[in-house]
Design a protein around this ligand. Structure first.
Ligand SMILES: Nc1ncnc2c1ncn2[C@@H]1O[C@H](COP(=O)(O)OP(=O)(O)OP(=O)(O)O)[C@@H](O)[C@H]1O
Length: 292
């Protein structure tokens, strides 16, 4: 098995017309990581995923899947990868079971028993024509197809969007099982932070085409804090502090900073030594502070 990172990008950029949708993204998804990608609507999550997988062309930089250029993936790499888009297409004329039988042949580790179990659990009639499935059923079926492939790399674009709470919880469990049992690597985008916290090992924030914060979920809550600086301290600050993510306000009135504490050794002494209150941020507060 190749030991290249399952997914990687450097200086990846993409524009649609005048709009820079991805703006020089450096990214690496390590083997066995379960990474949750979060960001506001239109931040560029789906575009990033599609570029990484070579489904759309990028304009600048590079991206790779298992070390192969994304836009020229060999069959070997494709067989190790499963992807569920935000709105899966239906192959209308096929019945659900026929579709699974058909695609199962292309995957060396196809798990027919898992597919059958999830079909039953998620109440999809195997004889149902795919164009007659509801959006939620269609999404479930696409997820069953991806999970039963037992991929080395599973990529899900907002997988929970059309799922009811029971199916959502099942999905999170299946993702966790896939990662723990077979060491699969998972990338999923979501707006549901509680889902992310339940299953992700890593998290990345996308904001206006850039990756703002990226790292292990454990420790992230300890790492970021906001702090209010009085004018006397604000006047001493350089234009940008090491680890600074956001700065609000005017120096003459005091500043509010969002900071990564792991860079604090490089801060000016008054900031390190003053009796300032650093408020640690939970994931949701961090998200709001970062992207607002
Ligand atoms: N085919 C396209 N043509 C033109 N603009 C596009 C196209 N696809 C996406 N965009 C624009 O690129 C930006 C990023 O879109 P993208 O779908 O990647 O966002 P997202 O973070 O996945 O959003 P959401 O959370 O709403 O799914 C948006 O402003 C969108 O309008």
């Amino acid at each position: 098995m190749s030991h290249s990172a399952p997914l990687s990008a450097s200086r990846l950029s993409k524009r649609y017309g005048a709009k820079q949708v991805l703006d020089g993204i450096d990214f690496q998804l390590g083997e066995g990581q379960v990474l949750g990608l979060i960001g506001r609507n239109g931040a560029g999550k789906s575009t990033l995923i599609r570029c990484l997988l070579g489904l759309i062309e990028h304009d600048g930089g590079e991206c790779q899947v298992f070390g192969e250029p994304s836009h020229r993936l060999g069959d070997g790499a494709k067989a190790r990868l499963a992807y569920v888009p935000q709105q899966p297409n239906a192959l209308g004329w096929l019945r659900a079971s026929e579709m699974l039988d058909f695609v199962g042949r292309f995957y060396p580790r196809w798990d027919a028993a898992l597919a059958a179990r999830l079909m039953q659990r998620w109440e999809i009639d195997p004889a149902q024509r795919m164009d007659q499935l509801s959006p939620g059923e269609r999404q479930r079926l696409a997820l069953i197809r991806a999970l039963a492939a037992r991929p080395d790399l599973l990529v899900l674009d907002e997988p929970a969007a059309a799922l009811d709470p029971v199916a959502r919880r099942d999905l999170l469990r299946e993702i966790a099982l896939l990662a723990s049992d077979s060491g699969a690597t998972v990338l999923f985008s979501t707006h549901i932070l509680s889902d992310l916290e339940r299953v992700a090992s890593h998290v990345a924030f996308v904001d206006r085409g850039r990756l703002l914060v990226e790292g292990e979920l454990d420790g992230m809550k300890e790492r970021y804090a906001s702090v209010q600086l009085p004018p006397s301290l604000a006047a001493l600050l350089p234009d940008r502090l090491p680890g600074e993510l956001r700065r609000r306000g005017q120096p003459a009135e005091g500043l509010r900073l969002l900071l990564s504490l792991d860079q604090r050794d490089a801060w000016p002494a008054p900031l390190r030594e003053g009796a300032l209150q650093f408020d640690r941020l939970g994931l949701e507060d961090l998200f709001v502070e970062v992207v607002e």
